[in-house]
Design a protein around this ligand. Structure first.
Ligand code: NAD
Length: 314
């Protein structure tokens, strides 16, 4: 493992990921962190005073760390953190004496922005290597170090072994998806599928329950039949079916409905860009957009679409 790592973006995902990394790094290592919300960084410094060093901006992180991870909300944040001429990562890398850097972006953003950032870095700082490495597994997975990383590189990439060593303390599965931006293409395809399944599962559960079938019996029918899937089995949107899942806890925690709206929107845009048919995209996006604005759903776990769709709750 490298002994000087940077971490930028310490929110719901980034913070637990940085904690797992801090626990795994060899003695004497430093993690240089930055978040525009001061409090997010402060808390980590207090927990790991020997290991974690707070920086004022991304440039300061890049001046000190050999490897940098970013976990930011959207493409615009990624662009500014990497490319801002004054305070961005690139601002620390253009001097002829700057050492080679490994840069890993785990944010879920559009493929075009990721490729643009990679290209700009390749032109302006040729010794750096940039990878998209979005994750799946949610905040619980980030805490438990069980998230999956989808890497934008081939299985024969020269940095793959280093990337795996670095990412392993934060997640179990690391899958190279073929080349630049394909980690993101994989992530968006995955979330399109799970987002649409959640809507279908909500409707199918509500339909069967209104016909008179008990919710748990119905879930076990799906598990035994051709409809078997992880959303129904592990994250069933009907409260009470999976006792430890967010729907049974007032839809608290989990994967926020506005993040699913963002990801389905990005997936629909990607489908358009690559010429893929997308029959369920527009209606899926409509459901998540409305649910993320509805007063009784906004801010909650994405499985709250069951409630938005008028699903039976008792
Ligand atoms: P979050 O909003 O909780 O955290 C993002 C952090 O980035 C915040 O602390 C924010 O202050 C910081 N930030 C924003 N702009 C910044 C800037 N210019 N410089 C420095 N810091 C900045 O979001 P999150 O839930 O941690 O998600 C991060 C990314 O991971 C998103 O792209 C999301 O889609 C993806 N993701 C989230 C989950 C999840 O369950 N939350 C799961 C998988 C993937």
């Amino acid at each position: 493992l490298p002994n000087s790592v940077g971490f930028i973006g310490l929110g719901a995902m980034g913070k637990p990921m940085a904690i797992n990394l801090a626990k795994a790094l060899p003695a004497g290592s430093q993690i240089y962190i930055h978040d525009i919300v001061e409090a997010a960084a402060e808390e980590l410094c207090t927990s790991f005073p020997q290991v974690i060093v707070k920086c004022e901006n991304a440039k300061e992180v890049a001046a000190q760390a050999d490897v940098i991870l970013t976990m930011l909300p959207e493409g615009a944040h990624v662009k500014s953190v990497y490319l801002d001429p004054n305070n961005g990562i690139l601002a620390a890398l253009t001097s002829p004496t700057s050492s080679p850097k490994l840069l890993i972006d785990s944010s879920t953003i559009d493929t075009a922005t990721s490729l643009y950032v990679k290209e700009q870095l390749a032109v302006l700082s040729p010794t750096t290597s940039f990878y998209d490495a979005p994750v799946s597994g949610g905040t619980l997975g980030a805490v438990n170090a069980t998230i999956a990383f989808f890497l934008g590189c081939s299985a024969s990439d020269p940095n793959l072994a280093t990337l795996k060593t670095l990412l392993q303390p934060m997640g179990g599965k690391i899958i190279p998806c073929g080349g630049p931006s394909l980690g993101l293409a994989a992530k968006l395809s995955n979330n399109y599928l799970s987002g649409i399944i959640t809507i279908a599962c909500s409707e199918a559960m509500d339909m069967g329950m209104r016909a008179g079938i008990d919710a748990s019996v119905l879930a076990s029918v799906f598990a035994a039949g051709t409809a078997q899937n992880t959303i129904c089995d592990v994250f069933n949107p009907v409260p009470g079916v999976c006792p430890r899942a967010p729907p049974s806890n007032g839809y608290q925690g989990g994967f926020r409905v506005q993040l699913m709206r963002k990801d389905i929107g990005l997936a629909v845009q990607m489908a358009r860009n690559v010429g893929a048919r997308n029959a369920l995209g527009a209606s899926g996006l409509g459901v998540y957009t409305a649910a993320s604005e509805a007063p009784d759903c906004k801010g909650l776990d994405s499985r709250v679409v069951y409630r938005y769709l008028g699903g039976k709750e008792d």
